[in-house]
Design a protein. Structure first.
Length: 190
């Protein structure tokens, strides 16, 4: 994500389209930053809300479609590198038949297992309308909270630097909790 000194002139020049692209790639940070810039008068907060929701949904749909049509053709090495390991995806795919909405909501709110979960929703052939509705219902409050954070705390929130090691530890802890939950559910059903 570019720093704010670079981002503000780009937003003035390219505006909503740039924010939409950033929201698809990295929604939470882009949304907080855009809401902070809206509070500063650079963007309209209503436009930020709409584009943040649209960007989040576009990203979710792309990952769902990769799972549905492309996960089997991606190189195995790439799949493992981005968290699409069979040890995770196979149980997750089975779980979608029983509790797809709950699993999808959990992944979208925690941001830890979002990518593999969204891909697994496509691999599990979750009905597209159901997937889209669930994604929208989870995205609306998430975007509202992110915009509130950006609007309330302004640009100070975007200046916080989280060490990479801490992000990795939190991601691994979240993944471990998700795997534990999936394994427990599999044992209960067996």
């Amino acid at each position: 994500m570019p720093d704010l000194a670079t981002l503000e002139p780009l937003l003035h020049q390219h505006g909503p389209l740039l924010f939409l692209m950033l929201a698809v790639i990295e929604g939470p940070i882009a949304t907080i930053t855009a809401a902070a810039l809206a509070q500063k008068g650079v963007l309209d907060i209503r436009l930020v809300l709409v584009l943040a929701v649209l960007g989040d949904l576009l990203g979710d749909v792309a990952l769902h479609l990769i799972g549905r049509f492309g996960a089997r053709v991606l190189p195995r090495r790439l799949c493992r590198r981005i968290g699409l390991d069979d040890l995770l995806l196979i149980p997750m795919t089975r779980t979608f038949s029983r509790s797809g909405w709950r699993l999808l909501a959990l992944a979208k709110w925690t941001h830890v297992a979002g990518l593999p979960t969204l891909v697994a929703s496509g691999m599990a052939r979750m009905a597209f309308a159901s997937f889209l509705l669930c994604s929208l219902l989870v995205t609306l409050p998430k975007v509202a909270v992110l915009c509130l954070l950006g609007w309330t705390f302004g640009l100070a929130v975007t200046d916080i630097e989280v060490p990479v090691w801490l992000m990795l530890v939190l991601a691994m802890a979240g993944l471990a909790l998700l795997l534990f939950h999936l394994r427990r559910k599999d044992r209960q059903c067996a």
